[in-house]
Design a protein around this ligand. Structure first.
Ligand code: PDD
Length: 280
């Protein structure tokens, strides 16, 4: 195991020395939230947006933010290495109570953990990936970035088992998002993505893409996408902080358009890379 330095409850220490109690509520109940923040050449990407989403996730589970944004920056910066594209994983749980009890403990400090990993792009991602569709089996608070990810994990694993990269989730006939990504589709020449709400995580990459599209006069809409419409899309993408914008070239064993990343993806991917560079 790589023995990098991680942050745990006020201390920097080697990964293999970072230990928490088995009574931690993250371990016992999945009672916590997390963030994944990319860092390019040592610069955290859209840091304030990630912190805002963290604040919303914490509020949704009734946990107060243990740090100010200045403190977060101070905590996370030493973990970064400017020589690599990386991502910070940070997790906050409701801490370690004296006994296992579903009810919130009182006066228990949160557990705060953060580590940094290099972003290693999967080979061939830009050539496009295969995806399956699945009935969205998750809960009703998908807007909260909760560490309780069993639903997402089972969906993703089903995709992997079928030699695919991502599972696109469908609820009541409408696409929500991927198991660990947001979904975009080009339908009748318009770039569409499902609207924010409790059915999806409000992805930071999603927001950046919409912003780039609007600034570059690429027609786009936030609207519900029926599964039937998705099947007619000329392009499908999945987006996330760690994988950016990945074209889906095969859905449920059916080729999307000509089976190659489409022209809108080519344009958006370039604009996205240029935008990343412009922030350095
Ligand atoms: N996941 N939807 C879900 C369910 C996700 O898990 C993610 C990202 C996204 C995209 O959000 P963003 O663009 O802010 O990364 C959407 C991260 C990368 C993860 O769990 O590792």
């Amino acid at each position: 195991m790589e023995n990098k330095t991680v942050y745990l409850n006020g201390q920097y220490l080697p990964l293999n020395e970072a230990k928490i109690s088995v009574l931690d509520r993250g371990f016992l109940f999945g009672d916590g939230v997390y963030e994944v923040i990319p860092s390019y050449s040592g610069h955290l990407f859209h840091f304030q947006d990630h912190l805002k989403r963290l604040e919303n996730s914490l509020a949704a589970i009734r946990l107060s933010n243990p740090h100010t944004s200045e403190q977060w920056l101070e905590i996370l910066t030493p973990l970064l290495d400017a020589n690599f594209d990386q991502y910070i994983y940070l997790q906050i749980t409701r801490g370690t109570a004296e006994k296992r009890d579903h009810a919130f403990p009182s006066n228990t400090p949160a557990t705060v953990f953060a580590m940094c990993s290099n972003i290693v792009p999967l080979p061939g991602l830009n050539a496009g990936v295969k995806a399956i569709s699945m009935d969205d089996s998750r809960w009703k608070l998908c807007n909260v970035k909760a560490i309780t990810l069993l639903g997402n994990i089972l969906h993703r694993q089903e995709a992997i088992d079928q030699d695919c990269t991502e599972a696109l989730l469908v609820k009541d006939g409408f696409v929500t998002e991927g198991a660990a990504s947001n979904v975009f589709a080009v339908i009748d020449g318009v770039l569409c993505t499902p609207p924010k709400g409790n059915d999806i995580l409000p992805g930071i990459t999603r927001d950046v893409i919409l912003d780039i599209a609007r600034r570059n006069n690429i027609p786009c809409r936030e609207e519900k996408i029926s599964f039937a419409a998705l099947q007619t899309a000329s392009e499908i993408w999945v987006t996330s902080s760690t994988r950016e914008i990945i074209p889906v070239v095969e859905l449920d064993s059916r080729i999307v358009s000509d089976g190659k990343p489409g022209p809108v993806w080519q344009i958006m991917n370039q604009l996205f890379q240029d935008y990343k560079q412009s922030l350095l």
